[in-house]
Design a protein around this ligand. Structure first.
Ligand code: SAM
Length: 231
């Protein structure tokens, strides 16, 4: 688990801690709301699990960036529980500000590398939906090992999703989309909801900040939706 000021790094990470300064509002939100809304595997059981025991659906977004689309999803579906995982402190500050401002009671944050958070914080077969929207594409060949969507990570996510639950990925980098499609088609226990080898043409989700940036640069968008088999 990271502290509020992480210093340690593992050899291969799917992210670089960006040095972007916190705005006053982000810093204030971190100071005021961190303890209430940022959970780890110790504290997750306190606010979150009582609501889950009421059979609320659990949705997890990995790498929510500045958090605007996660906020929109959680606001639109107040009876579902949302957990966002992120390592970018300005994004966490912004989302904390917005959670408090909008008085949301169904959205929490985990500040940790998603690979560790998924291993430590969630039971097997416990998540209804996992979203990874526009993960860093790591376009240079020598960096591709840093891509988040890798066979081991897909296996971990599949283990944590409930039978019948789904994994929703999106990217604006076509070679990464092709790699995702290939890996997910091969993954044990996952079935393409749009038919073998097909992307999701009309995905149901908010537009994200990174997606808007890509569209301005003329990038396409590829969404993938895979369901965990029930057997
Ligand atoms: C390209 S941005 C996209 C952000 C947002 N989903 C969007 O579409 O606007 C990818 C985000 O994933 C986060 N990220 C990358 N690897 C991560 C990891 N292993 N654990 C948690 N967050 C990660 C980065 O910090 C970054 O904010």
């Amino acid at each position: 688990m990271f502290t509020k000021n992480p210093t340690s790094h593992r050899p291969i990470r799917s992210f670089v801690i960006r040095s972007g300064r916190l705005t006053n509002s982000q810093r204030k939100a971190i100071d005021q709301h961190w303890d209430r809304y940022v959970v780890n595997n110790q504290s997750l059981s306190q606010p979150v699990w009582p609501m889950l025991s009421e059979k609320a659906e659990l949705i997890v977004e990995i790498g929510f960036g500045m958090g605007d689309s996660l906020l929109e999803m959680a606001s639109d579906e107040p009876t579902k529980i949302f957990i966002g995982i992120e390592v970018h402190r300005p994004g966490i500050g912004k989302l904390l500000h917005n959670i408090a401002e909008n008085k949301l009671r169904n959205l929490w944050i985990i500040y940790q590398d998603a690979k560790e958070a998924m291993t430590n914080c969630f039971e097997s077969n416990s998540i209804d939906k996992i979203l990874i929207l526009f993960p860093d594409p790591w376009t240079k060949k020598r960096h591709q090992k840093r891509r988040l969507v890798q066979p081991d990570f897909i296996s971990l996510l599949t283990e944590k999703i409930k039978p019948g639950g789904v994994l929703h990925l999106a990217t604006d980098w076509e070679p990464y989309a092709q790699q995702m499609l290939e890996l997910l088609e091969q993954a044990e226990g996952l079935v393409n909801e749009n038919g073998s080898s097909n992307y999701w043409e009309h995905p149901k989700r908010p537009t994200t900040k990174f997606e808007q940036r890509g569209k301005k640069l003329g990038h396409g968008v590829w969404d993938l939706l895979f369901k965990k088999s029930v057997s």
